[in-house]
Write a new protein. Structure first.
Length: 160
């Protein structure tokens, strides 16, 4: 048998409305749009910095396209690792959110940060072990997926 729901009395309705008004006033405002804009601007700034680094590498060091891309990646990874070691990257991440995590700099930060936290445990058991907690799975899955993709391309080339 279905139970019938009891209707609220006028006093209960007023209390319920008052409660909903209180919740609405006390609930923090959503900052999603602001966070999305900051993430977009930060990610874009990191990419623009990468473009400037690449342009400087081409102009000053006469790098070809292959060397240029490696130069940009290494420079951005080094800068992110340095800023993480100095404690600045965490501040950027608090403001920028996903904009600082998505680019290659976020990976550098996620590798260096755990190592910095565990440096008191020593070089081998602290720093090196913590570096591989993040980098290890990424490298394993990256290498495995590239080998599998290579085998698929090779198999397709045999069929043709």
């Amino acid at each position: 048998m279905a139970r019938m729901k009891r209707s609220l009395t006028p006093a209960e309705k007023r209390e319920h409305r008052a409660y909903l008004d209180l919740v609405k006033r006390r609930m923090p405002r959503s900052r999603t749009l602001l966070r999305c804009v900051l993430a977009f601007l930060t990610g874009g700034a990191i990419c623009a910095l990468g473009q400037l680094i690449g342009d400087a590498g081409t102009a000053l060091l006469s790098l070809d396209e292959s060397a240029r891309s490696s130069f940009v990646s290494v420079t951005l990874i080094f800068a992110a690792a340095l800023l993480t070691g100095l404690g600045v990257y965490d501040d950027i991440g608090r403001v920028a959110g996903a904009g600082s995590v998505v680019p290659i700099t976020g990976f550098a930060n996620s590798v260096v940060a755990p190592a910095m936290e565990h440096r008191s445990e020593g070089i081998v058991t602290g720093v090196c072990a913590q570096i591989f907690t993040i980098a290890g799975p990424v490298l394993v899955y990256g290498v495995t997926s590239s080998v599998l993709l290579g085998l698929i391309v090779w198999a397709i080339s045999l069929i043709k």
